[in-house]
Design a protein around this ligand. Structure first.
Ligand code: ARG
Length: 466
């Protein structure tokens, strides 16, 4: 059964049908297509285009079909072309000619745009739950390491000591922004295209606002041509998932480093690590590597859809059928990666003693010396110079800053005296950092509290709260 054909003499060529078919991936939209069909049927009845008993049969058949789809009892065939065709076939099989009445005032163009919005809005909540779970696992590890010193880095070089809890929370903040982006995206996506028809609206007395409300949208589209042309919600969703993928990739990269022999900061739980087929001693962070690797396809999906859209004239063009696989793939990918990363983070063992021992290495307390000089009224420019000379002296002798003698200090500068040793411990450097958002244990405690409160709210949103 086709949804078109009246004006054609022969059937489609096999090559056309093979290229055109989308039912193998768009059947995912079936529950949403059926929900939209129910709303449309009610509006048709209100308009006097379906008798009350016809409406009852129609709604019952749509419910039955939904159940059969859920149970796998109704399966599409490749001859169905797409989800809309398949479901209309199912309806006609149940209702005969009555099944053919539902298409009045509606086109696959407004249907598919509606279905995809419904599908994505629904799945965005599940995705948000997974993101919130990962953020929660990170926050729980952070809670255990609020005052664990670690060697903070820039350029992968030891820079200044930080607390490991602060570091872990620095991976939570991007995830909180991802959640915020999802909610913001959802607000813009809550617009119903149904009623636009193919592009021009309908001459039938439909009620797009009522359909919109019934399907949980905030409003119906302001412009029927835009309603069927617009795939901003797809591109935006793919940007959110691509950026989320990038965040997971950066976290993954750090896990790979942290678990390496050279760092040795973190040990993975056996359940979240992999071995080698030839080297019996190996324990690899494959989850982290896959998280890093999958960012490629997430970014690819965004680029594919933007490129597909960029030259399209209004309104619907068949190119737009290419909008679905990238979002389905993005969701599938993230819903595999996120739980695995969450498990990895929740079960990893942080070797606090290794981190603490590494924290002062590499003259990471040099800034403390410069700041100590500044407090003694030495201009920072000069303080930087003096501290640089002190570091050079230490480097030449292969000693650390706190190992210099009183004579060494005096030789480097008149401004230096043994009192500087008070600032030459990691603990004092960390404790001194009290400003909001900084790495000191006190400030990290405040940040952690705020993060935990926000995560509770996000879990609520993921569960369906507005
Ligand atoms: N399968 C199509 C898609 O995904 C549905 C819309 C088809 N519309 C059309 N006029 N051929 O975009």
């Amino acid at each position: 059964m086709k949804l078109w054909g009246g004006r054609f003499e022969g059937g489609p060529a096999e090559a056309l049908a093979a290229l055109s078919v989308s039912v193998h991936f768009d059947m995912r939209l079936a529950p949403y297509d059926l929900a939209a069909s129910k709303a449309h049927a009610r509006v048709l009845a209100d308009a006097g285009l379906l008798e009350p008993d016809e409406l009852r049969s129609m709604l019952a058949a749509l419910d039955e079909l939904a159940e059969e789809v859920a149970e796998g009892a109704f399966v599409a065939t490749v001859a169905d072309e797409d989800v809309h065709t398949a479901l209309e076939r199912g309806l006609v099989e149940k209702l005969g000619t009555l099944g053919g009445k539902l298409r009045a005032g509606r086109s696959r163009n407004d249907q598919v745009a509606t279905d995809l919005r419904l599908y994505l809005r629904d799945h965005a909540r599940g995705l948000a739950a997974d993101v919130a779970d990962l953020a929660t696992a990170l926050a729980e590890q952070a809670a255990a390491h609020v005052s664990t010193p670690a060697p903070g880095m820039t350029h992968v070089q030891h820079a200044q000591p930080v607390t490991f809890g602060h570091w872990l929370l620095a991976h939570v903040q991007p995830l909180l922004r991802d959640l915020d982006r999802l909610r913001d995206w959802d607000r813009r996506t809550a617009v119903s295209p149904l009623g636009a028809g193919a592009l021009a609206g309908s001459s039938l007395p439909l009620d797009p606002e009522r359909v919109a409300k019934e399907l949980g949208f905030h409003s119906s589209a302001a412009n029927s041509m835009d309603a069927v042309s617009d795939r901003d919600f797809v591109a935006e969703f793919l940007f959110v998932t691509a950026l989320l993928g990038v965040h997971l990739s950066r976290l993954g990269e750090e896990i790979v480093l942290w678990t390496s022999q050279e760092f040795g900061w973190v040990e993975l739980d056996d359940a979240f690590a992999t071995g080698s087929s030839i080297m019996p001693q190996k324990k690899n962070a494959d989850i982290a590597e896959l998280a890093r690797g999958k960012a490629g396809r997430l970014i690819g999906g965004l680029v594919a859809v933007l490129t597909m859209l960029k030259g399209l004239p209004l309104t619907y063009d068949r190119d737009m059928q290419e909008d679905k696989e990238p979002v389905f793939d993005a969701l599938d990918t993230l819903r595999l990666v996120l739980p695995a990363m969450t498990g990895l983070i929740a079960t990893m063992r942080v070797r606090a003693e290794v981190l603490a021992a590494a924290a002062p290495i590499g003259y990471s307390l040099a800034t403390e010396v410069a700041d100590w000089l500044v407090r003694k009224n030495v201009p920072f420019r000069e303080a930087h110079e003096i501290t640089g000379r002190l570091v050079a002296l230490c480097a030449a002798r292969r000693i650390e800053l706190h190992e210099v003698t009183d004579e060494d200090l005096a030789a480097v500068s008149d401004h230096l005296d043994p009192g500087v040793r008070d600032v030459l411990t990691v603990e004092s450097a960390l404790a001194a950092r009290k400003t909001p958002g900084s790495t000191g244990p006190e400030a990290v405690g405040v940040q952690l509290g705020a993060v935990q409160r926000e995560l509770k709210e996000w879990q609520g949103w993921a569960a369906g709260n507005e």
